[in-house]
Design a protein around this ligand. Structure first.
Ligand SMILES: *Cc1c(COP(=O)(O)O)cnc(C)c1O
Length: 235
């Protein structure tokens, strides 16, 4: 079932990419595996999926060693600087950097590990009080500060806009994130200003996000099924 879901999602991604005049390879699928057991993740790996996203560090630290080392992991949860050492070690990209303190801590540990760590800046594009993310107008300042952190590679922006059951209602937020990224690219604030990553779109709205320029979509439920029903940590 998971492999069928994967095939369907990859087809939808490719169709949405072509519809917006882009090659399907320009969009990466992050399979969001929070609260999903190792067995189900293995099924997705067997189907060819090699990139996963995890929200909770402890859960990820338990699961990651049980999967092949060629599998890559993005951290997509709320991050505290005291967890930076483990995050820098386990993940190839941290999508949720929204404070200088966290960036500084990640850089310190990336240096210790002698690696370059890719990060995205999480932007609170819907200006929601309860959500993480830097406010859009504060992004320039944060990027300037981070540019001194030599072992971090700021690849682009990530957002988790307000949820709507009608995905068309998410479109203006996706567009706003892309426009913000374009403004920042003019100021040369990314590691590669000609290849900016935009992580936006989830199960309910990823085709719309791709139409608005997403290069990374984070899909959980559409791949693994409802987390409520599946329960926690199938062992
Ligand atoms: C859970 C989660 C997702 C996946 O959501 P689905 O609706 O299950 O596809 C994507 N991004 C983040 C940051 C998440 O926490």
């Amino acid at each position: 079932m998971i492999v069928d879901n994967l095939t369907r999602i990859l087809t939808t991604i490719a169709t949405a990419a072509r519809r917006s005049g882009r090659h399907p390879d320009t969009v990466q699928l992050v399979a969001v595996s929070k609260q999903v057991g190792v067995e189900a993740i293995c099924e997705a790996v067997a189907g060819g999926q090699m990139l996963f996203g995890e929200n909770y560090l402890q859960e990820a630290a338990d699961k990651i060693p049980q999967l092949p080392p060629t599998v890559q992991w993005h951290f997509i949860g709320h991050l505290q600087s005291n967890k930076a050492a483990q995050v820098a070690e386990l993940f190839t990209m941290v999508e949720t950097v929204d404070r200088f303190k966290v960036a500084k801590a990640l850089d310190l540990h990336a240096k210790r590990l002698d690696k370059h760590l890719s990060i995205l800046i999480q932007v609170n594009i819907g200006r929601e009080k309860q959500k993480s993310g830097v406010m859009p107008e504060e992004t320039t300042e944060l990027l300037h500060a981070i540019s001194a952190e030599t072992n971090l590679r700021v690849r682009g922006l990530m957002a988790l806009p307000p949820f709507f059951s009608d995905p068309e209602k998410s479109r203006p937020y996706f567009r706003a994130l892309r426009e913000l990224a374009q403004q920042l690219a003019v100021k040369k604030l990314f590691h590669d200003n000609d290849a900016i990553e935009l992580s936006m779109g989830m199960s309910n709205d990823y085709p719309v996000a791709i139409e608005e320029g997403a290069t990374i979509v984070r899909v959980g439920t559409a791949l693994f099924g409802s987390r409520m029903k599946e329960g926690v940590e199938k062992k």
